[in-house]
Design a protein around this ligand. Structure first.
Ligand code: AHR
Length: 475
């Protein structure tokens, strides 16, 4: 809502301090890549996003029609939202690959591009779930423009329902992990790992890694699927998805030491609780089928799908609104991934670490702002375009997305809903300032010239805009 800003001169002077505009930043500087906005890509489930050594991000995923394999490419993660989407291959008119096409992944193996996917026959009835794993292969160096053809079917130990394959290289050995129904085990799917001897040939030793048995793994269906692997901090972390694909869908985690025998099931420890679940406060339901990538600054990014509503009419599998989402992946002090909560729709949030008190972040506990290091979700704030010109921004905590930071006349800073008043419209406006060549940020309060958001004596309040307590580092 426009308002006659009586401190327009303030903005003019603030702008002279190289304000960092809210949303658009030159992509040439990794630290200034456009901020992704969730959902990153609507109606693309099971998304695989990876940053290739050609400098591009590639995205593929299941389409609602389950009838084709698609691929996008962009120089930035945010650019994937609007990137041109190539159709690499469509399901066939008849036969074993004429029905559902699920969960593709693109991999470059021995210099050639393969896209693995799960497929079943058309024709209705249970036969449509005669799902098996196949790969198409590209005839040239550019997966976006090359000619793709069926390379064949992955040979697995049993002629049974198998899907959601992924591949990774560890210590020079290429592994393959996938989900499969094993005869004699009454589940929809379990997780397996083997070495990959050739693009469609598994090594002799196949290891069952986990069977869904815990209560959060068997809600609706007994499912362990969609493995994804991250190698960090001396360990391999394998996420997987569990339960029915509605709001009960969630991520589990297996962890192995990087020097362990990955084909020994005992090397992998299962987290007893899910690590990523639906969240009512941020309105993301059924988060799962994830992949991992890094952002333009090399920081870990969790990619996953989720709906922004809970109740589904009909079969969740036929609901199109599992959108691709991205968020930063952080770590606890011992190097374990901290998945936090699915952050919700809107610009991807950040954390702000006090430069004066590096153990403390901008945080909140309910409606109370604080400086500290509570649960991750309490430290994540979304920066939104402001209402006092293009230099202005607003800050909102992801857990109460209808509340904003407000700079009060007495120098306190509160969390308030938009009261639609001129006072709110003025006091909720900040300018994000960054001195040239520095990673230090300040949030100057437009309503209080010379004042900025600070952490002083454990309190979040307005401080002198050049006070050491006014400086933050975005993380
Ligand atoms: O999205 C289609 C299938 O549903 C995926 O292969 C699986 O991960 C999910 O449960």
């Amino acid at each position: 809502m426009p308002f006659n800003l009586s401190r327009r001169g303030f903005i003019g002077s603030a702008a002279a301090l190289s304000a960092v505009p809210a949303m658009a930043r030159a992509a040439s500087d990794p630290a200034a890549a456009p901020v992704p906005i969730n959902p990153l890509v609507k109606q693309r489930a099971d998304a695989q996003v990876f940053r290739h050594d050609d400098g591009y991000y590639y995205l593929t995923g299941s389409v609602p029609e389950y009838d084709r394999l698609v691929l996008r490419r962009s120089k930035t993660i945010a650019g994937l939202s609007t990137a041109k989407e190539a159709v690499l291959w469509r399901h066939e008119a008849s036969g074993p690959r004429s029905g559902y096409i699920w969960a593709p992944e693109l991999h470059q193996i021995d210099g050639k591009y393969y896209m693995y996917f799960a497929a079943g026959p058309a024709g209705g009835g249970d036969d449509v779930f005669r799902i098996r794993t196949y790969a198409i292969v590209c005839d040239g160096p550019d997966p976006m423009s090359g000619k793709w053809s069926v390379a064949g079917e992955l040979q697995t130990p049993w002629d049974s329902f198998n899907l959601d394959s992924t591949s990774f290289v560890h210590k020079g050995v290429r592994y393959f992990a996938w989900a499969q129904r094993e005869p004699g085990i009454e589940t929809n799917s379990n997780l397996y790992i083997a070495k990959l001897e050739a693009p469609l040939k598994l090594g002799e030793k196949v290891t069952r890694l986990t069977v869904p048995t815990l209560d959060w793994e068997v809600r609706g269906y007994k499912v362990a699927e969609a493995p994804a692997v991250l190698h960090r901090n001396g360990r391999l972390f394998m996420t997987y998805s569990a339960s029915a694909t509605d709001a009960r869908y969630c991520l589990g985690l297996l962890t192995a030491d990087e020097n362990a025998d990955l084909l020994d099931a005992k090397s992998w420890t299962k987290s007893p609780q899910p690590v990523f679940v639906s969240n009512e406060q941020t309105s993301v339901y059924g988060p799962g089928h994830n992949s991992f990538t890094v952002d333009e600054q090399g920081r870990d990014i969790l990619v996953y799908h989720g709906r922004d509503y809970k109740e589904i009419q009909g079969d969740p599998l036929l609901n199109p609104d599992r959108h691709t989402r991205v968020q930063r992946l952080y770590y606890t002090a011992d190097g374990t991934p901290d998945f936090g909560v699915p952050v919700g729709n809107g610009p991807m949030p950040e954390r702000f670490v006090s430069a004066a008190s590096p153990q403390s972040l901008l945080a909140h506990d309910g409606l109370q702002l604080l400086g500290g290091n509570p649960a991750l979700a309490q430290t994540q704030f979304r920066q939104l375009p402001g209402r006092a010109g293009k230099q202005s921004v607003m800050l909102s905590p992801i857990l109460i997305p209808d509340h904003y930071l407000v700079a009060k006349k007495d120098g306190s800073v509160t969390l308030e809903r938009d009261s639609k008043s001129a006072d709110f419209a003025l006091r909720s406006q900040f300018v994000r300032l960054q001195d040239k060549g520095s990673d230090l940020l300040r949030f100057a309060a437009i309503s209080a010239p010379g004042k900025a958001l600070g952490l002083a004596d454990g309190q979040i309040r307005l401080v002198g805009s050049r006070d050491t307590t006014a400086y933050w580092r975005a993380d």
